[in-house]
Write a protein that binds this ligand. Structure first.
Ligand SMILES: [Zn+2]
Length: 325
């Protein structure tokens, strides 16, 4: 097996799309009501958190990447629908989304990044960070970890294992249940893209998913891989690597650059398409064979023009300090 195949990413959701078609409207905070109402009206969608399942690791096959395999039980007439939120910047918007979903009996999984400029301000006010995460859990949702170990190692010289265990300890010791994780694109994504084809993304750090021993070298700095273990940290899944149902891969929907949806459903022969926000329902209804759908949002992309200033540094620091439930 050649190196390219060995590091191949999952089929779904990893197509590079660079277009930014201006004709589509921005996704806005207010629109999230509409989205949830729309999803709830489709029927047959069973909204689940990733942690609702038990996972086992697949047998490692010929140095290939691996998947975590859930104990699916899916009724004939239903589809499992995971909503996944990657909280890169905006925890308060994430909470608003959690509240909106709760109104529509939708549950979802919120993956929190604890590194980077925006989220670093929250680490100076852990009390309010934890209050929000606990509130998200109490609304019936799950909290998971969004991680950028390559960025931390290559840019900030932080050891991957120490970074991971510090983050997990912070969350768990404050009473947040963390069962799984989802990779952040990462601050050195561009560098890794230009050097490795297909790109290394944070998920290649895990020994259970990419067991081959190799070195990752960026600007003469070396990281020996695999560097981390899901199992040893009591993490049961990586959201990008949750296996489909039988031989049907999941459909993957992402909020793109905040102007459109990226839509891909290999099982129904829909490779990656860009669709307008308003055609999401029609596209979901077209899925015949797909049994698992996963929809990714980035909460900060759901802020409108005025609200966007709420995450500018000065406003953010004030908003974090003054936050009340
Ligand atoms: Zn991210």
């Amino acid at each position: 097996m050649n190196k390219k195949e060995q590091y191949k990413a999952p089929l779904y959701g990893r197509k590079n799309i660079t277009t930014t078609n201006k004709k589509y409207q921005s996704l806005k905070n207010g629109d999230y009501h509409t989205l949830c109402k729309t999803l709830a009206s489709i029927g047959g969608l069973n909204f689940k958190c990733y942690g609702d399942y038990e996972y086992k690791l697949n047998e490692i096959k010929e140095n290939h990447f691996n998947f975590t395999n859930p104990n699916w039980e899916i009724k004939e007439e239903e589809k499992i629908f995971f909503i996944r939120h990657d909280i890169d910047r905006c925890l308060i918007t994430a909470l608003k989304m959690a509240q909106i979903e709760n109104k529509y009996n939708i549950k979802s999984t919120f993956f929190i990044l604890l590194t980077g400029t925006y989220m670093s301000h929250w680490l100076k006010n852990i009390k309010n960070l934890i209050i929000i995460l606990k509130e998200i859990e109490s609304l019936g949702h799950e909290v998971g970890l969004h991680y950028d170990m390559y960025g931390e190692y290559f840019k900030n010289n932080r050891d991957a294992h120490t970074t991971l265990s510090t983050q997990l300890t912070l969350l768990r010791e404050n009473g947040i249940t963390i069962k799984g994780c989802a990779a952040h694109g990462g601050t050195i994504k561009g560098m890794l893209r230009s050097k490795y084809t297909p790109a290394h993304t944070n998920w290649t750090i895990w020994e259970e998913l990419f067991p081959t021993i190799r070195d990752l070298i960026v600007n003469s700095k070396k990281l020996s891989l695999p560097a981390l273990s899901l199992t040893k940290e009591n993490l049961y899944y990586e959201a990008y690597f949750v296996e489909g149902f039988g031989d049907t891969p999941p459909a993957y929907i992402s909020d793109g650059s905040g102007k459109f949806w990226k839509f891909s459903a290999p099982q129904d022969n829909i490779q990656t398409n860009i669709i307008s926000p308003s055609s999401l329902k029609d596209n979901i209804k077209k899925l015949k064979k797909t049994k698992i759908i996963s929809l990714l949002t980035h909460p900060h992309m759901w802020l409108n023009g005025d609200e966007r200033s709420s995450i500018m540094t000065n406003n953010l620091i004030k908003n974090i300090k003054n936050f009340k439930l």
